[in-house]
Design a protein around this ligand. Structure first.
Ligand code: ADP
Ligand code: MG
Length: 584
């Protein structure tokens, strides 16, 4: 994990080194000032030497300026290194997420990825900044101050040596307990983000089902959980502050008391006592800093682990060694294909599938929900890889193709489809980024989308909202079909893509396909028999197996499931859909 994260830091090596150097400069300046102060008090004021006071005062200003510049440099380089580190981490994660296959995506939740990209990176950024600026500063300031104090007065210095040891033990004890809670907080953040993400992206559904109260409750619980965790963690830390302050004041009192006696006795000067008091504060403050660094690092290491997980995740679908860059034709064959989403699960989703589809054929696929229709077609463009057996396109195993080539030639309109924010043209050009407006219009005509687009005031320049919220379900489906057509694929797969389109338009789209793109192999998943009835052949899926494969007429004769559904949809039940029929 450390190695993965450090790689993203390489670019910022220089500021990462400069920051602690600047901080050391600041410490040195800070340490010299008390000595000069003592000189002014002892030799200047007590010795009534105005010249010395001015001279030393001038030196103090110079050193203070030096300290200021060093401090500024530390802040500047520190921000640069930590903000740059954060940027690189985000970029590395985002880049890797883009390579994820569907099964990689299944592994992380969307909200989990969002937390990792935001909160977790911010944690690392803050901790790194702190580490750069304080990790050198605090210990060096502590050591220098300690040494200086021992030089001035070993007897008084030993007082805070004892205080430091005492506080050190308390800090270690308290922090160990607190970090445990801090770590848990991050897992709760995932839950909170999940609740927010789900609710906000589906706010319309929440409203339609009047689930606002339920969602509010869910959010409240997630937020309360985090609150409780933080309070618990802070409750552990809360004793720290009074103990710290108490110890600091006890030290100051003791030093003043003993110091006063020593001054009266003549073994210590007033100036030396003043410097000692400054050093004392310095040491205890540094100790406090160290404690904070310790907490931040434990917090950050939890975040670091979560970030490294995303960066290190290897996509399981990659190009072969000699990827083929051309798809010969649109023929498809499945040979003894088994498929399971989870490699360790026992029951595969698809069981021993064997089919051959000729190039240019139109194939209907029908079957109840969960019968693995989507799973079957997702294997063709390698959105998932088969568990056993092979899927061939144009006579070649899909694993041997260059992924981009394959996916350009196998165009899928996914069941859960989305549009992106941007104009209609922008969205269409996902299919082909160089498509002219004319070509886009052609594709939309085929998908029966042109009729409603041209009725919009801005036509093809109409802005689509995020997720396609401002078009109806049927309109969105037609736009998605047009987008897929623009790829001019050899194989076109429609996964229940006309479910929200009325029957007449549905028929019109199919007619356009038959006339305009006869050479393209078309796979049409549908719930309505009428949508597939005219296909060259129809696959009937049942529970991950192929129950029947043939023309409408053949299936009516030979396939029980198909006949039942057909009768229920054309008979008295009218428009009963597939599931109702097969349950009947
Ligand atoms: N991403 C996934 N991870 C795990 N299981 C899945 C996933 N997608 C679908 N399944 C399971 O695979 C089976 C077939 O689903 P699917 O192919 O979507 O059916 P259909 O498209 O016919 O409705 C179902 O039992 C479903 O629960
Ligand atoms: Mg499906």
């Amino acid at each position: 994990m450390v190695k993965t994260l450090l790689k993203e830091l390489k670019e910022f090596k220089l500021p990462s080194i400069l920051t602690p150097l600047c901080m050391i400069g600041e410490v040195i300046a800070e340490m010299i000032i008390p000595i000069l102060m003592a000189k002014i008090v002892d030799d200047g004021i007590n010795g009534q030497d105005m010249g010395l006071i001015f001279q030393t005062g001038g030196m103090m200003i110079v050193i203070a300026l030096f300290g200021l510049i060093a401090g500024l440099g530390g802040a500047y380089f520190g921000s640069k290194a930590s903000a740059g580190f954060a940027r690189n981490l985000r970029k590395a994660m985002f880049d890797n997420i883009q390579t994820f296959s569907f099964s990689n995506i299944d592994k992380f939740s969307t909200s989990g990825l969002v937390t990792r990209l935001t909160t977790d990176v911010t944690n690392i950024q803050n901790a790194y900044m702190m580490l750069l600026r304080m990790a050198m500063r605090a210990p060096s300031s502590m050591i220098v101050a300690m040494v200086m104090s021992f030089i001035i007065s070993p007897r008084l210095a030993s007082i805070y040596l004892i205080a430091v040891i005492f506080l050190g033990i308390i800090i270690i004890f308290v922090m160990q307990k607190a970090t445990k809670y801090f770590k848990e907080v991050f897992e709760k953040y995932d839950k909170l983000n999940e609740s927010v993400q789900e609710n906000v992206s589906a706010i319309r559904v929440v409203k339609a089902y009047v689930r606002e109260d339920y969602e509010n409750d869910k959010f409240k619980k997630a937020a309360l959980n985090i609150y409780n965790m933080f309070v618990k963690a802070e409750m552990n830390v809360v004793y720290m502050s009074p103990i710290m302050t108490g110890t600091v004041y006890a030290c100051i009192l003791l030093i003043s008391w003993i110091g006063a006696h020593m001054i009266v006795g003549g073994s210590l000067t007033t100036g030396a006592l003043m410097s000692l008091l400054t050093y004392c504060m310095n040491i205890l403050m540094s100790l406090m800093m160290l404690a904070m660094i310790f907490v931040m690092i434990t917090m950050a290491s939890a975040s670091g682990k979560r970030i490294a997980e995303v960066i290190e995740e290897k996509t399981d679908i990659t190009n072969g060694s000699n990827p083929i860059k051309e798809v010969k034709d649109g023929s498809i064959s499945f040979e003894h294909v088994n498929f399971a989403y989870n490699k360790t699960s026992e029951e595969p989703v698809l069981k021993d599938i064997n089919i051959t589809i000729n190039s240019g054929e139109t194939i209907g696929i029908i079957g109840g929900t969960g019968s693995a229709k989507s799973s079957l077609v997702n294997l063709i463009s390698r959105l998932y890889d088969v568990t056993a057996g092979s899927v061939k396109v144009g006579g070649v195993d899909v694993k041997e193709y260059d992924l981009e080539t394959l996916r350009d030639q196998v165009s899928v309109v996914l069941q859960k489809n989305v549009l992106f924010s941007g104009t209609i043209l922008d969205n269409l050009r996902w299919g082909d980024k160089n498509a002219t407006e004319e070509e886009c219009k052609r594709a939309c005509e085929m998908a029966c989308a042109d009729e409603f687009i041209s009725r919009m005031p801005l036509g093809y320049n109409t802005q689509i909202e995020q997720g396609g919220a401002n078009v109806s379900g049927g309109q969105r489906q037609r736009l998605c079909i047009a987008r897929a057509l623009l790829k001019k694929p050899k194989i076109l797969i429609l996964d229940d893509s006309t479910s929200a389109v009325d029957t007449a338009t549905d028929a019109k789209i199919r007619k356009a396909f038959a006339e305009e793109i006869p050479g393209t192999t078309k796979l049409i998943i549908a719930q309505r028999i009428s949508s597939v009835q005219n296909c060259d052949r129809i696959i009937v899926m049942d529970d991950g197996k192929i129950d029947g494969f043939g023309t409408h007429d053949e299936l009516i004769k030979s396939n029980d499931i198909y006949r039942e559904v057909y009768e229920s949809q054309t008979g008295a039940a009218g428009d009963a859909d597939f599931d109702q029929a097969s349950n009947a």
